[in-house]
Design a protein around this ligand. Structure first.
Ligand SMILES: Cc1cc2nc3c(=O)[nH]c(=O)nc-3n(C[C@H](O)[C@H](O)[C@H](O)COP(=O)(O)O)c2cc1C
Ligand code: SF4
Length: 518
């Protein structure tokens, strides 16, 4: 009997030994003459169970985890005779953490072989672009508009409107740029999808190219993602061979190809105009807007710039229709969000669900509280520029407007959990320090303000003229919020002021000092 064994090659699984497990499984199979078809997949996103190994059975895939190399022999024996094993987690599809999710963008992640276009097609891939080609370019753009999809990179701008602007801007050359810089703390969804289902991103970019008339795409990936870079590069070659990229994509008259570019590691290069500068070979400095990239973007040409998740969601929207997608979610937050649980959390990983689930449910129930077992004190949502939320705000539904109404942002969907040992004054200082280090230097409120912010928080922490320095800090935050050219300087006040507002004791501060103008 031939066993089909699936072991992730995702960086999060490799970091805890997945390559060793794969080598041990292969060696054991050879030594015992067991026929094994070993498939290296992406991760399912249950990181506390990685390396999670799956074995195909007549009833479906059975999961084991976390598996170590030493477990290989016992695991293969148990799989062969279908007996129990201490690491057996049961049928993957029945694992409650996965069962509770609505996986639209991540439907194939951890399931397919990310190097095989054929496997992608077997699991429903390429149907989105086929329908797009049948609909035509203009109707494809409208489908995106109607779906209600908003940019998953942070700003939440409607994706279809951006595509429509580029489609309506006449130019001999247009570009699709995928922002895979993924600089936000506690986020890894872009990395996961590129390593686990790269064809979804490629198909999404090809749909965007077809819809807007762009013939060239760039994926800008941070250098810290070698596994994702390798997977994307291999998948682009496979897509070229299989007709998803190149001349006449998916049988249309439209040509489209993709180039993978590797960033050199600057948070600000995730900001879209800075990223364009970087692709052009210049230093990553923010451009003033207008012109919008949709009018004059990469090399001065109309450019769609979207996050990985925005683009990787286009195929399912086209395949199943705008109505299907926008039926999920609440208010103006339509569809699903791949939420990433990180930091001091027991069940860290990728949880894709419709908008509307509360922050408390995500942290206490889905995340199962802290890894240390101590009480949760604060969570930072939306990366280093996101606000800190105390327990008192755990009833906030996960949607763009609800978070904005509470002076926060959902950003790229990252949630970083802290227990009661956290010092929120230090976290506020870190936000200013991060801004000072990562500032591109173009505007004064961010370049100078962040350094003054670090100094002021230091004085507050030392107890020097506390009341006066709290006023200075609030004033500084106002200046940064309203005077910065981009969101790096403009949003740094969110973590700082939320830490001050919700955790004044850590600053020795009475809460009344902590007002920032709306
Ligand atoms: C400092 C800074 C860093 C950013 N980093 C990223 C990033 O790593 N990935 C990303 O997709 N968007 C990032 N953004 C947002 C982008 O500027 C832009 O809004 C996004 O790429 C647009 O794609 P979307 O509409 O699909 O979200 C960042 C913005 C700022 C101000
Ligand atoms: S806010 Fe900061 S990162 Fe943004 S343009 Fe100004 S100096 Fe550059």
């Amino acid at each position: 009997m031939k066993l089909r064994v699936f072991i992730p090659r995702d960086a999060g699984a490799v970091a805890v030994g997945a390559d060793d497990v794969a080598a041990a499984v292969a060696a054991t199979a050879r030594a015992r003459s067991i026929e094994v078809d070993l498939v290296r997949t992406g991760s399912r996103g249950l990181y506390w169970l990685e390396p999670m190994v799956e074995v195909a059975t007549a009833a479906g895939r059975v999961a084991y985890g976390p598996v170590m190399a030493a477990d290989a022999a016992g695991l293969l024996e148990a799989a062969l005779i279908d007996s129990t094993h201490p690491l057996r987690l049961g049928l993957v599809d029945d694992i409650p953490w996965l069962k509770r999710q609505t996986r639209l963008t991540f439907a194939r992640c951890g399931v397919i072989d990310p190097r095989s276009l054929e496997d992608y097609r077997v699991h429903g891939g390429c149907r989105g672009i086929e329908r797009a080609v049948a609909l035509g370019a203009a109707a494809t753009v409208e489908e995106l508009v109607q779906s209600g999809l908003r940019g998953r990179g942070g700003a939440g701008f409607p994706t279809g409107i951006k595509w429509r602007t580029v489609a309506q801007t006449a130019a001999p050359q247009k570009y699709i740029v995928c922002n895979a810089d993924e600089g936000d703390s506690g986020t890894f969804a872009d990395r996961m999808i590129m390593a686990g289902d790269p064809f979804a991103l490629i198909e999404g970019m090809a749909i965007a190219g077809f819809a807007t008339g762009a013939s060239k795409g760039y994926v800008y990936i941070r250098s810290e993602y070698p596994h994702a870079i390798a997977a994307m590069t291999a998948a682009c070659s496979a897509a070229r061979r299989g007709g998803l990229l190149g001349r006449g994509v998916a049988g249309s008259a439209h040509d489209f190809d993709i180039e993978v570019r590797v960033g050199a590691g600057a948070y600000v290069c995730g900001e879209e105009t800075s990223l364009l500068e970087s692709i052009e070979g210049k230093r990553g400095v923010v451009r003033a807007k207008p012109p919008l990239p949709a009018h004059r973007g990469l090399f001065g040409k109309p450019t769609v710039i979207n996050n990985v998740l925005s683009l990787a969601t286009a195929p399912v929207i086209l395949e199943k229709g705008a109505g299907f997608y926008q039926h999920f979610g609440v208010g103006k937050s339509r569809g699903t969000m791949p939420i990433q649980l990180a930091g001091n959390v027991k069940h860290g990983g990728l949880f894709e669900t419709a908008f509307g689930v509360t922050l408390g449910e995500l942290v206490d129930d889905i995340g199962a509280g802290t890894l240390t077992g101590r009480p949760v004190r604060a969570v930072q949502v939306g990366g280093p520029l996101g606000a800190y939320f105390p327990r008192a705000l755990f009833d906030t539904p996960f949607d763009y407007e609800a978070f904005a109404a509470r002076d926060g942002l959902i950003g790229h969907g990252g949630i970083v959990v802290f227990d009661d040992s956290v010092d929120m004054a230090k976290q506020a200082r870190f936000a200013m320090e991060f801004c000072a280090i990562e500032s591109c230097g173009k505007c004064t409120p961010c370049r100078i303000g962040s350094t003054r912010g670090v100094e002021t928080i230091d004085r507050i922490m030392r107890g020097e003229n506390r009341a006066a320095n709290l006023d200075v800090l609030a004033d500084l935050c106002n200046t940064m919020k309203f005077g910065s050219l981009c969101a790096l300087g403009g949003f740094t006040p969110y973590p700082v002021m939320s830490a001050l507002t919700h955790f004044p004791d850590d600053f020795g501060a009475p809460a009344k000092h902590l007002q920032v103008a709306e």
